[in-house]
Design a protein around this ligand. Structure first.
Ligand SMILES: *Cc1c(COP(=O)(O)O)cnc(C)c1O
Length: 489
């Protein structure tokens, strides 16, 4: 039996709220702003509550079940983050308030900057960018500004390995620079010969995702960094995969000049549905003047941890700043959640996050390797791994396997990415899942692989248990039809 949709629930004249009598003079709304073709439902409060409660359960979410979407770090978001973000002192402040009245918020911002510097091994940080890709864009603009500031005007290329995340070439192109793709070698590392051949005095820098999108740590990272530095380039690290490195390795110490963090992945703040995210950048000494601003400075550095006690903070624009990335101070409520997350875990906890993320991924990789081929599976993975969605004796594809997983109550892994693996299924369990969940997931994959041979149609026509059956994904994106909030077609 299908539940009634909101249009069926409504009736003419039904109301959820009654407005008070107006105590200000009435005025005409300009005709231009009034539409009468809108057919809006007329409903009571409980109709609305039931409608949205029903909708909230239709989608899969991390709160409903396992979400091994590779390269997205869909970890559990602790509820204490939400409690702290809702404290009136944080939730109620206005971005135009005087600095003197928001010292607590500036303190939190300052401390988070300091922690991110510490975690990544960087000398400066800005919390301005509002997403990972936004941080990449900021980083590329800083690298470009750095060369131009030195009068080095012939540099126009960014080298990007083919194992990079798709946003890397996109942000480079948006900045007006040219992308040069560098192939991977047979172990999944950057091919050093190709990199050497591409290095010259027209290179702005390298943009590298480490661990890369195969979930592999770049084994020759020091040689890679040296090659780039030798031709005068800078190194951009895509830090979205910091879940694997927290408390273990610091990219700044490897010679990276700039890196973005994804607070909404690594640092336990919610994401999905387009945001809100946050993509702060950490930088080496030479890029500090170019940081997007404003950033927070303390005017009383004090001794040791003294700045934690009674500091005074102010907003400053770095000397040669590339400018603002957002209208005000970044995604403040996300910053509060990330602060809470780091404070709750402490330095030891940070390291345990990475250890468990890597342990979980390797455990699952070992289970999955008995079911599907794993192209680079002859080495330990970091926080994620990529399997090939192929089954001998069947012509099912990765997409069919991904769709069928939904019937087992799991969100599908990322599929058809990275492009260097055909029929890619990119799986990231994260550290917050139990062994029992990982076992259950592997059993579902094994069942699906069996079905692929015995009853392939159940895969081709999957999913069967979701509110909407399989979509034509291209048509759904190009010819989007949204039923008016829940109205049947
Ligand atoms: C998610 C991700 C990004 C982009 O981050 P957004 O916040 O989605 O813009 C970039 N690189 C890698 C490796 C990622 O996983």
């Amino acid at each position: 039996m299908t539940e009634p949709l909101i249009y069926d629930l409504g009736a003419p004249g039904r109301r959820a709220v009654r407005m008070p009598e107006s105590d200000v003079p009435l005025t005409e709304i300009p005709a231009l702003m009034v539409r009468d073709e809108l057919n809006l439902p007329e409903v009571s409060e409980i109709d609305v509550v039931r409608h949205y409660t029903r909708l909230s359960g239709l989608n899969h979410s991390i709160d409903k079940g396992f979400y091994p979407l590779g390269s997205c770090t869909m970890k559990y978001n602790p509820r204490i983050n939400e409690d702290v973000a809702r404290l009136p002192g944080f939730a109620g402040i206005h971005p135009l308030q005087d600095e003197e009245t928001i010292q607590g918020a500036l303190f939190l911002t300052f401390v988070l900057q300091e922690w991110l510097k510490e975690i990544g091994g960087f000398s400066g940080a800005s919390l301005q960018p509002a997403a990972g890709a936004h941080g990449e864009f900021a980083g590329i603009l800083m690298m470009r500004a750095y060369h131009l500031d030195r009068g080095d005007t012939k540099r126009s290329k960014i080298l990007i390995p083919d194992s990079a995340h798709g946003t890397n070439p996109a942000s480079t192109t948006m900045s007006g620079l040219q992308v040069v793709e560098i192939p991977s070698d047979e172990r999944g590392n950057v091919d050093l010969e190709s990199l050497r051949a591409a290095c010259d005095d027209t290179v702005v820098g390298l943009m590298i995702t480490n661990p890369n999108t195969l979930g592999l740590f770049e084994e020759q990272i020091e040689a890679v960094v040296r090659l780039i530095q030798n031709c005068g380039g800078l190194v951009y690290g895509d830090g979205a995969n910091m879940n694997a490195l927290l408390g273990v390795a610091r990219p700044g110490e490897l010679g990276f000049d700039v890196m973005h963090y994804n607070l909404h992945k690594t640092f336990g703040t919610p994401h999905g549905g387009g945001g809100p995210g946050s993509g702060p950048v950490g930088v080496s000494e030479r890029l500090i003047p170019f940081l997007p601003g404003p950033i927070v400075e303390t005017t009383q550095p004090g001794e040791g941890n003294d700045w934690e006690e009674r500091p005074h903070h102010r907003l400053v624009m770095p000397e040669k700043s590339i400018g603002r990335m957002t209208a005000f101070y970044g995604q403040f409520s996300v910053l509060v959640r990330a602060y809470t997350y780091i404070r709750m875990h402490g330095p030891e906890g940070m390291r345990r996050i990475a250890e468990h993320a890597v342990l979980n991924a390797n455990y699952l990789q070992a289970l999955v390797s008995k079911i599907f081929p794993i192209p680079f599976g002859n080495r330990a993975c970091m926080h994620e791994f990529v399997a090939e969605g192929k089954v001998e004796g069947s012509d099912v594809r990765a997409l069919d396997i991904a769709k069928r997983l939904m019937d087992f109550g799991f969100h599908p892994p990322t599929n058809y990415f990275p492009l260097i693996v055909h029929e890619a299924l990119m799986i990231e369990p994260t550290e917050t899942e139990s062994k029992q969940t990982l076992d259950r997931f592997a059993r579902a994959l094994a069942d699906i692989a069996r079905e692929a041979v015995q009853d392939p149609d159940s895969l081709f026509t999957a999913p069967h248990s979701t509110p909407i059956a399989r979509l034509d994904e291209v048509k759904a994106a190009k010819d989007l039809v949204i039923c008016r909030w829940g109205q049947s077609e």
